[in-house]
Design a protein around this ligand. Sequence first.
Ligand code: MF3
Ligand code: CO
Length: 248
Amino acid sequence: MIFLKSKDEIQIMRRAGAVVADVLLKLEAHVKPGVTTGDLDRIAEEHIRKSGALPTFVGYQGYPKSLCTSINEEVVHGIPGSRLLKEGDIIGIDCGVTLEGYVADHAITFGVGVISDEYQRLLDLTVKALKAGLDAFVLGNRIGDIGHAVQSVAAECDYGVVRDFVGHGIGRKMHEEPQVPNFGKPGTGPRIKAGMVIAIEPMFNLGTHEVQVLKDGWTVVTKDRKASAHFEHTIAMAESGPVLLTVP
Ligand code: MF3
Ligand code: CO
């Protein structure tokens, strides 16, 4: 069942989105060689709580931290800890916050210091795919149109598109229906209606689309250990049209 949101609910989610966007903006300034992923998590949690929100990921199916921090071949769900960022890494930072009972979900992959052209292109094209997905979130379109738009960008450059993890509806829960895959056929899937709120989150790999979960039970890595990038926004369909929620 897809829960459509009222104007008031979308307004609360917009404020949750502003909090999580502020968190990632703040973290961007700390993404430097020598910083640990645990440092980033502490900064994020403090900012979230000071904003009157809660870190949605803490306790989610037993997850221990406020952020997911996924470096290089890590795709998503890396657990913050003592690992040091180093020059040339890319780090996906994913964060969810709950404000007044509503969740906003947002992720950006940052370069650490100077990164290779190959990594920069991966980031640029994954951002381009997220934009294409957001642009396909149009009244009357279907969810498959979003996946098709995302996948079409990956096809330009021969990247692997992760299929085992997908975007999702979002609201009182972080994961609601519908699923929002990063692949699909135009004109298929649920129709996009006023009140729908979803998170679109392409994960592009330099190599194979195949992924594995490490023994910690969380960290998702590429099967060939080549790098991966992940970007995510939460977007609502208001009566007046699409509203990007995860912006400052
Ligand atoms: N934010 C992720 C998503 O985009 C989920 C994080 S899983 C958690 O769906 F366990 F860390 F919460
Ligand atoms: Co998400």
